[in-house]
Design a binder for this molecule. Structure first.
Ligand code: CA
Ligand code: CA
Length: 193
């Protein structure tokens, strides 16, 4: 009985092989359609800044204001550009301010008890921000604004630019404690869809 069973298995295997070989040998017309090179990519979001509108950068120093006097106004103007492929519907500006003492002048020493800490940011006011001539009042000191986000009234389509003007004022009542003081300002522009 055992020997018969083994023989039967062999026969089954041989039949299966014959079917497979005959299937491959059978010829007929065939055809196929192929689509290659299909891709999905994401859009590019790229905001850049410039001083003169000729070349735009991801990182650029924009201003160096010196010898500011109480009662004086100064403007800082720069351009922002959408270098990406998607409209930027929201644009914000964030200032980060670090105060420092350039030196302690004799008149300043009399009223300033903190030679390691500058006071200019406590006095210097960002009066307004204008975007393409549209002005929004701010009227906050740089210390008050530090770390806060200001929305800019503009939308930028791909390739579009906008001119931003910030008007800074050192009020006339600013006293000797901010003589020969300095601030280091980091401006950050954030764009979103
Ligand atoms: Ca001080
Ligand atoms: Ca000071």
């Amino acid at each position: 009985m055992k020997a018969v069973k083994v023989e039967l298995r062999i026969i089954v295997v041989v039949v299966a092989l014959i079917v497979a070989v005959s299937g491959a040998a059978k010829s007929h017309f065939t055809d196929a359609a192929i689509s290659k090179g299909n891709t999905v990519t994401t859009a590019e979001f790229d905001i850049a800044i410039s001083k003169d509108g000729k070349r735009f950068y991801n990182e650029l120093k924009l201003f160096d204001l010196s010898n500011l006097l109480p009662g004086e106004n100064r403007n800082v103007t720069f351009l922002v550009k959408n270098r990406g492929t998607v409209t930027m519907n929201r644009l914000t500006l964030t200032l980060n301010v670090r105060n420092y003492e350039v030196k302690m002048s004799p008149a300043e020493k009399a009223v300033d008890s903190t030679p390691e800490k500058g006071e200019l940011g406590k006095w210097l006011v960002l009066k307004t921000i204008s975007v393409n001539g549209r002005t929004i009042p701010v009227n906050r000191t740089l210390d008050e604004l530090s770390g806060k986000t200001i929305s800019l009234p503009v939308k930028l389509k791909p390739g579009e630019k906008a001119e931003v003007r910030m008007t800074l004022e050192l009020p006339a009542k600013a006293g000797n404690e901010c003589q020969t003081d300095g601030i280091d300002v980091t401006l950050r522009l954030d764009a979103s869809q």
